[in-house]
Design a protein around this ligand. Structure first.
Ligand SMILES: *Cc1c(COP(=O)(O)O)cnc(C)c1O
Length: 397
């Protein structure tokens, strides 16, 4: 990294008292709800019901409604949701599942865990989502499912993916961990495939106070199988139909999420306002040609779990370091494509096999976008970014 010496003086002069802007400040979202959340937790403590109970049932009902599906099944995490979806669809050894490589690890590890083979497919460089045109070539007689990931909060091109899946008799499992509340042609994420998977990891748009996840489906049989697999495959008690796992949602997490769910739409609106404001500020600052702004598809309602720009010409890591020096938080989602991870080396992928994914991994940078981020903070982010990228690139190390 060549941040040292590349202009701390001019930066200091241009922003002498500019306050720090964090990538994410979870406390700003939670603190106004502190009393309400504590009361909900206290009710659980007093009830002595730490698993199942009315809070979990309520969260399942409201999530199903929000997602426009018949059934929602709580589980312990988004990672478990993906695993359970594959188990309930009887996907395992000898099968292949098409997944993006430009995503969080859990999308592919779930496939590996059930003994199937993840088949990595390249992305559309504008949206960072699976490119439907590249899926068909990856289908073989062993393919059972496609897992489109609605990355950063924007839905994949689901009509094309579903058409293909119907023609080739494949299941579609939506990884909507980053996209609760997002819409595709007006239809909610999690209602667009056979099964939807949600995560309530604390940094997601709806975050618990720990791990939590949810599965969605409108197929009653599948809902029953998901529930069975999430509870040791046990029904009735101590009679095991299948070998499931233990993946329960803590009642305390459900109680917290029930309080927060009522604010989700408002938070999504604030994220949209922030994304629009970045677009305007970055454009007005003349940076739209120096960095690549995120692309929102007109038929998609983006919920902006991340606001992800591209910084080209090999400057991304230096820009991130200089932003950090200037007190501006940013993050790289994701620096190493999954097909190049050590653990997936046995799959035989080589560098260069997914060019758009590999290019994105070198160029992406996510800026602060959380709902409570202020306009002044966004101006600071854009000003500091402008100071850095408008300067000629530092000598290559
Ligand atoms: C967060 C995330 C997951 C995993 O969710 P956890 O609740 O952390 O297990 C899966 N896929 C994607 C795309 C994610 O962002």
């Amino acid at each position: 990294m060549s941040a040292a010496g590349s202009g701390s003086l001019p930066r200091g002069l241009s922003a002498p008292h500019s306050p720090a802007v964090p990538l994410l400040d979870i406390g700003r979202g939670n603190s106004p709800l502190r009393e309400e959340i504590l009361a909900a937790i206290t009710r659980v403590v007093d009830s002595g019901k730490f698993l199942h109970g009315p809070d979990v049932a309520q969260l399942e009902r409201t999530t199903a409604e929000l997602c426009g599906v018949e059934h929602a099944i709580a589980c312990a995490s988004g990672s478990d949701a993906l695993l359970l979806a594959l188990m309930a669809l009887d996907i395992g050894p000898g099968h292949e599942v098409i997944v993006p490589s430009f995503t969080f690890f859990a999308t592919a590890s779930a496939v590996w865990r059930v003994g199937a083979r993840p088949v990595f497919t390249d992305i559309d460089p504008r949206t960072f989502n699976l490119d439907p045109n590249k899926i068909e070539a990856a289908i073989t007689p062993k393919t059972r499912a496609i897992i489109p990931v609605h990355l950063f909060g924007q839905c994949c091109e689901m009509d094309a993916i579903n058409d293909l899946a119907r023609r080739r008799r494949l299941f579609v499992i939506e990884d909507a961990a980053q996209a609760i509340g997002a819409k595709y042609w007006g239809r909610p994420a999690c209602s667009l495939g056979a099964i939807g998977c949600l995560s309530f990891y604390p940094t997601k748009n709806l975050g618990a106070f720990g791990d939590a996840g949810m599965l969605t489906t409108s197929d009653a049989d599948l809902a029953q199988r998901l529930r069975l697999y999430a509870a040791h495959g046990m029904n009735p008690r101590y009679y095991h139909k299948v070998v499931g796992i233990n993946s329960r949602l803590d009642t305390i997490q459900a109680a917290v999420l029930n309080v927060k769910l009522a604010r989700l739409a408002q938070w999504a609106d604030q994220r949209k306002v922030n994304a629009r404001r970045y677009h305007d500020l970055l454009t007005a600052a003349g940076l739209a040609g120096l960095v690549v702004l995120p692309h929102g598809e007109p038929h998609c309602e983006h919920v902006w779990n991340q606001y992800t720009i591209r910084i080209t010409a090999g400057r991304r890591d230096a820009v991130k370091a200089q932003l950090a020096d200037a007190g501006v938080g940013s993050e790289i989602y994701y620096p190493v494509p999954l097909h190049l991870q050590d653990c997936f080396r046995p799959l035989g992928y080589k560098s260069g096999s997914l060019p758009e994914t590999e290019r994105a991994a070198k160029e992406v940078l996510s800026l602060p976008i959380f709902p409570e981020l202020t306009a002044a903070e966004q101006q600071t982010v854009v000003a500091r970014l402008g100071d850095i990228v408008a300067r000629p690139a530092a000598k290559a190390a």
